[in-house]
Design a binder for this molecule. Structure first.
Ligand code: 5GP
Ligand code: ZN
Length: 111
């Protein structure tokens, strides 16, 4: 846990969130400022700054995060979805605790 990390505070239950999944390693909740009709975040509980800070020891955890996307998307009623991981300030990352965005609920624009 990092004391000044907003996602660590959500994981600890100190800030409320609209949670859709939780186990001992991972939590998922709706984004507070959704950029699509459905927009949720899948977040490992361990504080890792970004994808660029991940190493081989995180391989299984990252695989778990990625594989949760289709099952949670299905639970949310999404026929299709888009995933995104912003990495570093130049990559648009604002919260420095690694997380996977999942967007859906509409026909998404082409990238
Ligand atoms: P990033 O830009 O770091 O990839 O994405 C951070 C995301 O976290 C943004 O989409 C932002 O709306 C979301 N976010 C920031 N603070 C909170 C919060 O307190 N609660 C929730 N549910 N989402 C948050
Ligand atoms: Zn954190």
């Amino acid at each position: 846990m990092s004391a000044d990390c907003i996602f660590c505070k959500i994981i600890a239950g100190n800030i409320p969130s609209s949670k859709i999944y939780e186990d001992d390693e991972v939590i998922a909740f709706h984004d507070v400022h959704p950029k699509a009709k459905v927009h949720f975040l899948i977040v490992p509980k361990v504080h890792i700054e970004s994808l660029a800070s991940c190493g081989a020891r995180h391989q299984a955890l990252l695989g778990k995060v990625l594989l949760l996307a289709p099952s949670l998307a299905k639970e949310q009623g999404l026929a299709g979805f888009r995933t995104m991981i912003n990495t570093g300030r130049d990559g648009g990352q604002e919260v420095f605790h690694v997380h996977l965005h999942v967007f859906g609920g509409d026909q998404l624009p082409k990238t």
